[in-house]
Design a protein. Structure first.
Length: 295
């Protein structure tokens, strides 16, 4: 192998490794967050993650140096609200739904965004796979899996917010660059931290949980977002989408290792169908003639 080919392979391998670390970090943070539910609840975890995570992101990206044009404020506002809603609904779903299944249901949001961008015959195969996976994961009247309907609805709602997050995040990121995530996190914190604090009450004042809450904020927000910002410009969008397709499986393994959540064989097959649909839609997507590059 030539030196140029070796250099190209190594330059691609590093960002891939960073993205894998980011996904492992996110799912480890989710498992750690769920372990705090008995102390502060899902609402309290949302408050702590958004509050502490926003402070960390502000230190990293220093968004106070950004300038906001009048026409770019609405996408940024919607992006921040979608970010907060996604976190809030996802943690609500984790109260009654295993981590792997919650992430698989949430993943239908970005999967839908990818599928709606094309109308080729092959895309109907990925739609069918996703529907089959959802049929066996959701409580639709069959006795295959005992998934809480409200928890499943919250996970799907988080997926819908994730779709909005992607669409408006592209617009906001194109206008404001990497600092967008810090401003979006601030908007989410301003809306959902008061709600979570009101619902949780005095339990948030327990200083003993702060070290674990800090770890959740780092693992779920600061570390993965920072790694993604480094990795994304260096790899093709298709590679990124393919890697992200593995996230439900990582979540399921994280739930098994840290939360003692074991899925049935049918649930594993359903999860595999959603992963295959996401991976297939990413690998077969036809690039647009002109791609708007984010600054």
């Amino acid at each position: 192998m030539s030196s140029s080919a070796t250099g190209k392979a190594s330059s691609t391998l590093l960002p891939i490794c960073l993205l894998i670390i980011a996904m492992v970090s996110i799912q480890g943070g989710a498992s750690l967050a769920k372990s705090l539910f008995p102390l502060v609840g899902a609402e309290g975890i949302t408050t702590l993650r958004l509050g502490i995570g926003t402070l960390i992101l502000f230190v990293i990206f220093r968004p106070w140096r950004m300038r906001f044009a009048a026409g770019s404020r609405l996408p940024l506002l919607i992006y921040g609200l979608a970010l907060g809603s996604m976190n809030y609904l996802f943690y609500l779903s984790l109260r009654t739904v295993p981590l792997g299944i919650a992430v698989a249901l949430e993943f239908t949001g970005p999967l839908a965004v990818a599928m709606f961008s094309s109308r080729r015959p092959i895309d109907f195969l990925w739609v069918a796979l996703a529907i089959v996976g959802l049929w066996f994961l959701l409580p639709l009247g069959h006795g295959v899996a005992s998934i809480d309907p409200f928890g499943a609805a919250c996970a799907l709602g988080a997926g819908a917010c994730w779709a909005v997050y992607i669409i408006f995040g592209q617009k906001a990121g194109g206008d404001h660059g990497p600092g967008t995530v810090a401003v979006g996190s601030l908007i989410a914190a301003l809306v959902f931290c008061p709600i979570g604090a009101w619902q949780t009450g005095s339990a948030l004042l327990n200083v003993d949980i702060l070290p674990v809450a800090l770890a959740v904020a780092i693992l779920s927000t600061a570390l993965p977002y920072s790694l993604e910002i480094i990795a994304l410009p260096k790899i093709p969008a298709r590679t990124f989408g393919t890697l992200m397709s593995l996230e439900p499986a990582m979540a399921a393994f994280s739930g098994m290792l840290f939360l003692n959540e074991h899925l049935t064989g049918v649930q594993w097959l359903a999860l595999a169908a959603i992963i295959a649909a996401s991976m297939g839609s990413t690998l077969t997507i036809r690039p647009k003639p002109q791609i708007e590059k984010l600054s």
